[in-house]
Design a protein. Structure first.
Length: 93
């Protein structure tokens, strides 16, 4: 069984997860961690809300895709090792 198409799919999934991590870093870099409660900082409150929504969305997809990538990779390893085990268990001849 040729597993290379499945491995390529897993690599693409890992690249997407890494891209999300880089994108999250770039969005979080512009985040203002100070808490602004006054009306004078209305623009800052709006900006913080926008950045928080973006980070939550990126975190949601990043967490789910990371879990999927890990489970998919472990499944590929299991299939590979089962194939190796079966191939070695066959009697010579």
């Amino acid at each position: 069984m040729n597993m290379m198409p499945f491995v390529y799919g897993w690599v693409v999934l890992v690249v997407v997860v890494l891209s999300l991590a880089i994108g999250r870093y770039r969005v979080a870099r512009h985040d203002n961690q100070m808490l602004h409660l006054t009306d004078k900082a209305g623009a800052l409150l709006t900006q913080q809300a926008v950045v928080e929504r973006k980070l939550r969305r990126i975190d949601f997809w990043g967490q789910w895709l990371t879990v999927i990538a890990v489970l998919y990779g472990l499944t590929l390893l299991d299939i590979y090792f089962q194939g190796v085990w079966v191939a070695e268990a066959k009697p010579p001849g």
